[in-house]
Design a protein around this ligand. Structure first.
Ligand SMILES: [Zn+2]
Length: 61
């Protein structure tokens, strides 16, 4: 599987995506304007590693 290393801009508002992490095996990307930082609701699914988290985010439309 190819590993995308670049986090695309938010598919909804165009702001950068931010890699988030919880513990050692829960990664996801959310919009930098997500929740309290803005009003965007773009958030990707939680994945066991960064590569999958980036892929999940980059697939969002
Ligand atoms: Zn956004």
């Amino acid at each position: 599987m190819t590993q995308p290393s670049t986090v695309n801009p938010c598919p909804r508002c165009g702001q950068p995506g931010e890699m988030k992490k919880s513990g050692s095996n829960r990664f996801w990307v959310q919009c930098s304007k997500f929740g309290k930082d803005g009003n965007c609701k773009a958030i990707a699914t939680i994945c066991p590693n960064k590569a999958e988290a980036v892929a999940a985010w980059n697939k969002m439309r």
